[in-house]
Design a protein around this ligand. Structure first.
Ligand SMILES: [Cu+2]
Length: 153
């Protein structure tokens, strides 16, 4: 009493074949979805190293610093880069009277650039070590301090 005249075993074979195909497609979709969900939040593409330029200025607050309290600071006093970036800093001493400032960092970014008044010094380095590092003017502590933030990719 087959409906289409086929033998019952042929129909069972067709149903089984369709079930296998459907389960393969369902499994593939589920696997793709699981892979997408597993990778989406955590694997942002790594940032390629960039060239970064910063213009840093000396700023004088409007009060007299004699005898004890310095009135100078860096603008900006925070620079954020990615590990591996090449950082170029153009440091302007904006003083109009003879007063030196320095751009000084301890290890691992060891440097000490002394900049006379009314002049500019440019220098570059590779941000190879991640972390937060102070840059200071050795003459005007504690006010003249800034922070280099090197982010890990
Ligand atoms: Cu200074």
């Amino acid at each position: 009493m087959a409906l289409s005249g086929e033998a019952p075993t042929t129909r069972v074979g067709k149903v089984l074949g369709i079930a296998i195909v459907v389960s393969l497609i369902t499994g593939a979709i589920a696997g793709f979805g699981a892979g997408f969900l597993a990778r989406a939040p955590s694997q942002a593409p790594a940032q390629a190293p960039q060239e970064r330029d910063f213009w840093v200025f000396t700023v004088v607050l409007p009060f007299n610093d004699t005898p004890a309290t310095p009135h100078d600071y860096f603008a900006p006093d925070r620079m954020t880069v990615n590990q591996g970036d090449t950082v170029t800093i153009h440091f302007f001493n904006t003083e109009t009277e003879p007063e030196d400032h320095t751009f000084t960092m301890a290890a691992p970014y060891e440097m000490n650039h002394v900049v006379p008044y009314n002049s500019t010094v440019s220098f570059s380095f590779t941000a190879s070590t991640p972390g937060i590092f102070a840059y200071r003017c050795v003459y005007h502590q504690p006010t003249m301090t800034g922070w280099l933030v090197v982010l890990q990719p």
